[in-house]
Design a protein around this ligand. Sequence first.
Ligand code: ADP
Ligand code: XUL
Length: 525
Amino acid sequence: MALYIGFDSSTQSLTATVIEGGGKRRVVAEQVVVFDEMLPAFGTTRGVHTSADGRTVTAPPAMWVAALDLMLARLRDAGVDLSAVRAVSGSAQQHGSVYLNARFGDALEHLDAERPLAPQLERVLARPDAPVWLDCSTSGECGELTDAIGGPGALAQLTGSRAYERFTAAQIRKFARSRPADYAATSRIHLVSSFMASVLCGADAPIDPGDASGTNLMDLPRRAWSSRALEATAPDLARRLPVIRDSWSIAGLIAPYFRRRYGFGDAKVVTWSGDNPCALIGLGLIAEGQLGVSLGTSDTVFAATPRPDPDPSGSGHVFASPAGGYMALTCFANGSLARERVRDAYGLDWTGFSQLLQSTPPGNGGALMVPWFVPEITPTVDVRGPIRRELDPGDAARNVRAVVEGQAMAMRLHAQWFAPAVTTIRATGGAAANRAILQILADVFDAEVVQIAPPNAASLGAALRALHADHLASGTPMPWSDVLEGFTAPLPNAGARPRQSAVAAYAALLPRYTALIRDTMDRSC
Ligand code: ADP
Ligand code: XUL
């Protein structure tokens, strides 16, 4: 039996999807470690620590490795034969950066299998908290980086994105400037993905081009660090960054720590990637033509694309795809968080939320909400608090519909630059379990929404990447269509089909929603 594991180290949890890649192609196991619930000692809320003003958002890397220990113990105790694992890979929340001191390499090489990982690695962190994608404290640094490269258009042409607060370049610049002594003591800066891969192989791992695209530091067409961007970010940065290697490269074999403690054999560790690039693979979006939607902590819309042409409006991103080629993506910070705020404000659970969604008409009788509960990324605004039009805050049912409709219309608007006409949407993420939400997506996009069987496309994508890279490294390369076979087919009787009366209602509402956003932006500038 040939097993492959894909991890997804996301904002709120670590997921592992174990697949059998031989004759029988199936998901063998899936486990989730929820950080707040299962690792309460780290004191996170939804996986992060947030400053009083809401702008600085970090997470402890020690929690992510503690979750890895917990996960492997759970897989072993659930009877997964870890000695049969041929390769592992992973997906991680994008943009977050981990700062490591000179003892990192030595600590990885000498991990003691009798003791848990977290206390052994805590002392190699040059800063105990990693800034993560929800951070929006670096507007000044973004401006400086943009000026140094010659404007937002030039930066997007070079790196695939204009400067974003959450992207790693701005975060590194802020750290180097505000804590120069700690920066001087930092000998390696990893992304969450390459940090986790390093721990698994007990040595410094490379970054793949998919996740490196989320740094504002990589020359996207060349898939190499841009010396101009590095120089504009922080002194002596090149030696602090890991090498960039193909997404299918082998970072090493799994470290002795994991063999002794959990019974792994010679499993390969395949370079990790970002959660959105991995979800692209897990949803089977290798070729162009279909849209992926991930309804997780963030909401993202994405699709494979052949060229690295940036979003003309500046809101979206182009990343390298881990299957080769590129992917276009737009990310919204007000995803599950906004839906949860509305759910909690009216004392609902998800069943009650869905019932209210179904009890209200498409178009909500003209009531609108721009769901900016936290500062939004797309478009970048500092506004905090939802904007309501013709919507009574006391009306639970209409607010529930308004938040989901507002999100779906924003997705439609900001997917237009890379997917002007969509016939099928593949959905994943925690909220994709909710068919009432999927129905609104189908109606707003006038497209069929389908689901694949494994609930977490990012960890499935990582497992499929492990399978693909293992075959390549073993001299038996497998085309992507064969890799995906049996894993990414749409589930029958799931998802949602567009209903024509609802489609017409949203076609009428969309220009009003666009005008409301434009009006709000004008007033906030
Ligand atoms: P991430 O990978 O970003 O950590 P997930 O994709 O695991 O996030 O999604 C977690 C979110 O899914 C939770 O925060 C919750 O709001 C949402 N969720 C879970 N079940 C439902 C449901 N039935 N309806 C709507 N949202 C849900
Ligand atoms: C993408 C983004 C988020 C994170 C967390 O640009 O910031 O989707 O990857 O999932």
